[in-house]
Ligand binder design. Structure first.
Ligand SMILES: Nc1nc2c(ncn2[C@@H]2O[C@H](COP(=O)(O)OP(=O)(O)OP(=O)(O)O)[C@@H](O)[C@H]2O)c(=O)[nH]1
Ligand SMILES: [Mg+2]
Length: 210
C-alpha cells in the first residue's frame, strides 16, 4: 500500500467544502466563488508515528448541475469528508444521499467517512439559538441516524477544528490500511493461496464510519 490516499469532500453547495480545504492546505480564508466541477489539492498529513501520508484532495461542487461530474471523481476514494453547515437549510438532510452516492463508488477497500459541521464561528450557531436553519441538535440526530460516533465542528473562517479533523483523518486512514513496515502491518509475506477459485459473488462494500 503506498502512502498516497484519495480524499473527497462532499456536501451541499455553500457549506464551506472549499473553505475547509483551503484553510487546511494554505491556512487562509478567502471569500471564494462556488466550485465549478472539482478542484484538486495536495496535503501532507503528519502521523503520530512520525511518518507521513500524501492526501490527494478532491473538493467537489455541491451544485446539482455538477453532480454527475462530481460523482465521477468518487471512485477509489480512501476517505470521504461529508460537510454540512448551520446556515444551509438542506445540508443536513442531504448528507445521507451524498454518503449513499459515495458508497456506490467504494470498492472492497475500506473507505473512511468523517462528518463535519462547519461555520461554528457564526454567532449563536452552537447555542441552539434558533437563529439558523440547522441546529446542533439536527446534526447530532443525523450523525446518530447515519452511524457516525463523532461530529467534527469546524470553522474554516477562524481555523477552529480544522487541524483536528485532518490529523484524525490521517490516523484513521492508516488504521484502515497500514503503511508498509508499520508495526501493525503483517510482517511475513502471505503464503501462496493455491485453493481453486470459484467465481466471486458480489462483494459487500466495506465502509468505516466514524
Ligand atoms: N462564517 C463562515 N463562513 C464560511 C465558512 N466556511 C465557508 N464560509 C463561506 O461560505 C460560503 C461558501 O463557502 P465555499 O467554501 O465556497 O462552499 P462550498 O461548499 O465549497 O460550495 P460549492 O463549491 O458550491 O459546493 C463562502 O461565502 C465562504 O466564505 C466558515 O467557517 N465560517
Ligand atoms: Mg467549493
Amino acid at each position: 500500500m503506498s502512502s498516497i490516499r484519495k480524499v473527497i469532500l462532499v456536501g451541499d453547495t455553500k457549506v464551506g467544502k472549499t473553505a475547509i480545504t483551503v484553510r487546511s492546505v494554505h491556512n487562509s480564508f478567502v471569500e471564494g466563488a462556488p466550485t465549478i466541477g472539482v478542484d484538486f489539492f495536495r496535503k501532507t498529513l503528519l502521523l503520530k508515528t512520525g511518518r507521513s501520508l500524501q492526501a490527494r484532495i478532491y473538493d467537489t461542487s455541491g451544485q446539482e448541475r455538477f453532480k454527475s461530474l462530481s460523482r465521477s471523481f468518487f471512485q477509489g476514494s480512501d476517505c470521504c469528508i461529508a460537510v454540512a453547515s448551520f446556515d444551509v437549510d438542506s445540508s443536513v438532510h442531504k448528507l445521507e444521499s451524498w454518503i449513499e452516492l459515495v458508497k456506490e463508488h467504494c470498492d472492497e477497500e475500506e473507505t473512511v467517512f468523517l462528518l463535519v459541521m462547519n461555520k461554528i464561528d457564526l454567532p449563536g450557531a452552537l447555542d441552539d439559538s434558533g437563529m439558523y436553519p440547522v441546529s446542533k441538535a439536527d446534526i447530532e440526530a443525523a450523525a446518530s441516524k447515519l452511524g457516525f460516533s463523532k461530529v467534527y465542528y469546524t470553522s474554516a473562517k477562524t481555523g477552529e477544528g480544522i487541524n483536528e479533523l485532518f490529523s484524525d483523518m490521517g490516523e484513521k486512514l492508516v488504521g484502515a490500511a497500514p503503511l508498509p513496515d508499520d508495526p501493525v502491518s503483517p510482517s511475513a509475506p502471505k503464503p501462496l493461496d493455491i485453493t481453486p477459485k470459484t467465481k466471486p459473488t458480489k462483494k459487500a462494500k466495506k465502509c468505516n464510519i466514524f
